[in-house]
Design a protein around this ligand. Structure first.
Ligand code: NAD
Ligand code: RM4
Length: 256
């Protein structure tokens, strides 16, 4: 029960990595706030996750809101306070990666990616941090950045800067929020099989290439990310701030 009595907000938590993180946080005793887009699919997926969490005796609510909207962070905090009375952990996970070549990148795709992955995240982190500061007992903020914060992708020129931006945001926020006992860290997943890369990895050559590059010999699963997030959220990581944790099966270091 590493997160007993902690309220944990997770954005983009209805599916993929966010869902696995939310489930594990609830298993660890956290009171979970499931952020999701508010689409019909999102509502349905959030409802099924709440059911799953209730089934093992956990606590969870959902709060819809577009991650790109600067007001969504305030809504998530308000929902957490209304249901559970505090915000102790904030996990910024919502993100998109519509793979596209650089020279003809549509402006709309670039702007939507940056707004969803980084600009909305900035204000959501700010909202959570202000609430943690007012509570006066610290907190933990975790950004789901990526291995792509450190390396490039020819079809990800709009995406990798957002992941580097989140990584950098956590480093700067670790300094800005350290005096309040609020720790800020990022998790850098490698390639995890989810909806975000389903089409990309449908190409058997790409799939074989990504798997072959990974020393542990397989792509990641959403559950592989949950443990590291719980660790950083928990008091076991009480002296860890401004850090980043690669969770990539060894993909990053595999030069030769
Ligand atoms: P996913 O597509 O399964 O999940 C993305 C989540 O973000 C979904 O719940 C989706 O509803 C939500 N989301 C997207 N746009 C949103 C919006 N405008 N408003 C609210 N919610 C929105 O993919 P995933 O792999 O689980 O991705 C989660 C995070 O992990 C992303 O930030 C992604 O960049 C990051 N990541 C993924 C991988 C990977 O290989 N899958 C690797 C590194 C980092
Ligand atoms: C990650 C990484 C993965 C890719 C996903 C979409 O950050 O680049 O390889 O599949 O994004």
């Amino acid at each position: 029960m590493l997160l007993k009595d902690k309220t944990v907000i997770i954005t983009g938590a209805s599916r993929g990595i966010g869902r696995a993180v939310a489930r594990e946080c609830a298993r660890q005793g956290g009171r979970v706030v499931i952020g999701h887009s508010g689409s019909a699919q999102g509502n349905q997926a959030a409802a099924s996750l709440i059911e799953e969490i209730h089934a093992f005796g956990g606590q969870a609510i959902d709060v819809p809101g577009d991650a790109a909207d600067p007001d969504t962070g305030d809504k998530l905090v308000a929902g957490a306070l209304e249901a559970f009375g505090s915000v102790d952990v904030f996990v910024n996970n919502a993100g998109i990666c519509p793979f596209h070549s650089f020279l003809d990148m549509p402006r709309e795709t670039y702007l939507r990616t940056v707004n969803t992955n980084l600009n909305g995240a900035y204000f959501a982190v700010q909202a959570a941090a202000n609430q943690m500061k007012n509570q006066g007992r610290g907190g933990a903020i975790i950004a789901i950045s990526s291995i792509s914060a450190l390396v490039g992708g020819g079809m990800q020129t709009h995406y990798t800067p957002t992941k580097a931006g989140l990584h950098s945001l956590m480093q700067s926020c670790a300094i800005a929020l350290g005096p309040y006992g609020i720790r800020c860290n990022s998790v850098l997943p490698g390639t995890i099989a989810t909806d975000i890369n389903k089409d990309d990895l449908a190409d058997p050559e790409k799939l074989a290439y990504m798997t072959g590059r990974t020393p542990l010999g397989r792509l990641g699963e959403p559950d592989d990310i949950a443990g590291p997030v719980v660790f950083l959220a928990s008091d076991m990581a009480r002296y860890v701030t401004g850090a980043s944790l690669l969770v990539d099966g060894g993909l990053y270091v595999n030069l030769q």
